[in-house]
Ligand binder design. Structure first.
Ligand code: HEC
Ligand code: HEC
Length: 392
């Protein structure tokens, strides 16, 4: 009986009669919160979104160096919380065969703007120091649905890595192990291009100080421009925090409750394209389904979702950006989640690819075999694969 229902649903889906949009009573749009959350959570989402969009000034703690003056300035496409083509710069060098972020020059992340005249000081944006031999660009990633990822237990990612090792060793991913600053314990990194951050709360604190220069409980130290702290004592005499933690929590609430990207229409070609995607091995890294752990909040309680990523690190050969973070080597990158792909306009960590073809053809290292199978597809299979990717 179960079989028959499945077959019937499948054939309906195949004729294009069922699509997520058609069956959903209240279609979720990009930038919406998860549907059917309590009024209390809905309020947290709205307040968090407001904080995420608030433009900060030097008087409120912005700087002395920063990349932009609100989270939403970069995370905006096609709605607040999304991606953008805004790139950041990281740099470093190799010292004694080891990656060196050149911390003495403010590395590895550049803060490109300074607040200018402030008290008796003047702060300019950072530049890449002459000692840097590695310079990498990183594109702003979208935040839709990341609350689901945050609710997948670390043990599930460790198990997934083990499964990949057993089933498909040549493409198997590895977890980035980083420090959870709240507990001081090791944790699985899931967020950022290198999976360098373990959870949304910590990323919020990290971004507040490293993108905006706003210190907070987990990140109490100001960034000195290019590592030069000489102006700090006179113009930042007070060692107090810019944010006591309320803003950081508000960002985290907003991002946690930001719904997953809605799927586009699912046509016959889209379904056939997903088969091509799985057949040529894209799904061994771009894993179609993950499941959250238990949660008191229904939206996160043992929910299956479709990020098309394992959030693990893979050796991408020449595609790697050369920067090391945690256990991620210069060649390692986190599998980019493909959900929401249809609203992005540039691809890969540095935005170098202007089309999906170019993004796939740049896969190297552990992604090279799948790239070669993609390049060898018939025109019809390639077209179906694109239909699938453009439905995400
Ligand atoms: C100047 C542009 C810019 C600003 C401002 C900015 N971000 Fe980002 N954001 C980025 C970039 C670039 C990345 C990718 C960083 C990386 O992995 O190196 C990113 C990544 C993230 C991620 C990781 C998402 C994922 O894919 O795993 C989170 C979470 C995030 N930002 C939150 C914030 C919050 C919260 C703020 C405000 C406090 C903020 N960002 C401000 C550019 C920005
Ligand atoms: C070995 C693991 C692996 C395999 C196999 C793989 N990918 Fe990827 N994919 C990645 C990683 C890692 C990235 C991020 C790379 C970067 O930007 O540096 C990525 C990025 C992408 C992007 C860009 C997404 C964005 O938002 O910028 C697309 C599109 C993509 N992959 C499609 C595919 C397709 C289609 C296949 C099958 C032909 C495939 N990938 C196979 C690991 C893999």
């Amino acid at each position: 009986m179960k079989h028959k229902i499945c077959a019937a649903a499948l054939s309906l889906a195949l004729t294009g009669l069922i699509s997520w949009k058609a069956v959903a009573t209240n279609p979720v749009l990009f930038g919406d919160p998860f549907p059917r959350i309590t009024a209390e959570l809905s309020d947290l989402f709205s307040e968090g979104k407001e904080e995420f969009s608030t433009v900060e000034t030097a008087e409120e703690g912005l700087g002395p160096v920063f990349n932009d003056n609100s989270c939403a300035a970069c995370h905006s496409n096609p709605a607040v919380g999304g991606d953008s083509d805004i790139l950041e710069t990281r740099f470093g060098t190799t010292t004694n065969n080891h990656f060196d972020p050149l911390a003495q020059f403010g590395g590895s992340l550049i803060q490109s703007q300074g607040i200018g005249a402030f008290g008796t000081c003047n702060f300019a944006g950072e530049t890449v120091p002459a000692d840097a031999t590695i310079v990498a660009k990183r594109k702003t990633t979208p935040l839709f649905g990341l609350g689901l990822v945050d609710h997948v237990p670390d043990a599930a990612f460790l198990l997934l890595a083990q499964l990949e090792k057993n089933v498909s060793p040549s493409t198997a991913g590895r977890p980035n192990i980083v420090t959870d600053l709240a507990t001081g314990k090791p944790a699985v990194g899931k967020f950022g291009w290198k999976a360098q951050n373990p959870n949304l709360l910590q990323f919020s604190g990290d971004a507040y100080v490293n993108e905006m220069g706003i210190t907070n409980p987990m990140f109490p130290a100001e960034n000195c421009p290019n590592g030069d702290c000489s102006q700090m004592p006179s113009c930042y005499p007070d060692a107090g925090l810019d944010d006591e933690g309320d803003d950081v929590e508000a960002f985290s609430d907003f991002m946690t409750l930001l719904a997953a990207p809605p799927r586009g229409p699912i046509t016959r070609d889209v379904l056939a394209g997903e088969n091509v995607f799985l057949r040529i091995g894209c799904g061994s890294c771009h894993v179609p389904v993950l499941i959250t752990g238990p949660s008191k909040v229904k939206a996160f309680n043992k929910v299956a979702f479709h990020p098309y990523s394992d959030f693990l690190l893979h050796d991408m050969g020449s595609l790697g950006d050369g920067i090391e973070q945690g256990k991620a080597t210069g060649r390692d990158m986190r599998t980019a989640p493909l959900w929401g792909l249809r609203v992005r306009s540039t691809y890969l960590h540095d935005g170098r690819a202007l089309g999906l073809d170019a993004a796939i053809l740049a896969h190297d290292g552990q992604g090279k075999a799948a790239k070669n199978r993609f390049a060898a597809l018939s025109a019809s299979d390639a077209q179906k694969l694109m239909a699938f990717l453009n439905s995400l």
